[in-house]
Write a protein that binds this ligand. Structure first.
Ligand SMILES: Nc1ncnc2c1ncn2[C@@H]1O[C@H](COP(=O)(O)OP(=O)(O)OP(=O)(O)O)[C@@H](O)[C@H]1O
Length: 258
């Protein structure tokens, strides 16, 4: 095991950038996700969270910069990096005509995992994520929340050391959310590291010990949750950093008032 693997960050992002035509989506992001941390990435719609996480996990080629997962360069040594990470991307494409179990079996076999290991892990994941009843249902018939859960199961199947989750709680009901939270906390307690993006400040405060605020493609604050909050609520800090408090009631939308 290299020194970096033992002590370096789980995810190290340096100068990642991406533009679409004239639009700069990500403008040189630096980020360190310490090993064993539960890291929250927050930002407004369009701030660049999905683009950053996609580049950091090998799903989208950056214009510039690097990402390393336990020291493995995501674009230079993709196989080594991808073996260490489980990803729940935004708008995950699924084989729609397979059942949840078939998806897990297919992806597990694709990763070269032994059949019996895949079967055992699929059993556990479907049970813990309360997808066992949907075992015989085709993915095309899944609700949005069920899709998130089967996506999470595919991210966990190969036993990664880092989980990168884009909006994992979006459209997930409170009971399922509690099950997922418990599972993620257990993953971190067992030595794993988690990065998740979210718009929900209360959720990030509840789960995460580290946080980064992204605004217009750049990190505007990052560190431990307590250091970033500095005695305030995360929502206060967030609104203060990225602006908010739009003057909706100063005559705008007045036609909605009775
Ligand atoms: N494929 C694309 N083509 C053109 N512009 C894009 C593309 N993907 C993202 N963008 C733009 O890049 C910027 C960052 O988008 P991104 O999806 O990373 O933001 P986000 O923080 O994840 O937003 P949300 O919270 O709404 O998911 C936005 O201005 C978006 O319109």
């Amino acid at each position: 095991m290299s020194e970096h693997t033992q002590r370096g960050p789980a995810l190290e992002i340096r100068g990642l950038s991406k533009r679409y035509g004239d639009k700069v989506a990500v403008a040189g992001v630096d980020l360190d996700v310490p090993q064993g941390s539960f890291f929250g990435l927050v930002g407004q719609n369009g701030a660049g969270k999905t683009t950053t996480l996609s580049m950091a996990t090998g799903l989208l080629r950056p214009d510039g910069g690097t990402a390393r997962i336990f020291g493995a360069d995501v674009w230079g040594e993709p196989q080594r990096a991808k073996a260490l990470v489980g990803v729940l991307p935004d708008g995950l494409a699924m084989p729609e005509r397979l059942t949840g179990r078939e998806v897990l079996t297919y992806l597990g076999r694709l990763r070269g995992m032994p059949k019996d290991v895949v079967a055992g892990r699929a059993d556990e994941l479907l049970r813990v994520l309360e997808l066992d009843e949907a075992e015989s249902t085709l993915v095309i018939e899944y609700s949005t929340g069920m899709r998130k859960k089967i996506g999470l199961a595919t991210a966990l199947l190969h036993g990664p050391r880092l989980l990168v989750l884009d909006e994992p709680f979006e459209a997930v009901d409170p009971v399922s959310a509690a099950a997922i939270k418990g599972m993620l906390r257990g993953f971190v307690a067992g030595g794993g590291s988690v990065v998740l993006s979210s718009h929900v400040m209360a959720l990030v405060e509840q789960l995460c010990d580290h946080v980064a605020v992204v605004d217009r493609g750049a990190v505007v604050a990052a560190g431990t949750l307590d250091a970033v909050r500095d005695g305030r609520s995360l929502e206060e800090v967030f609104v203060g950093l990225v602006g908010g408090e739009r003057a909706v009631m100063k005559g705008e939308l007045s036609w909605l008032s009775r």
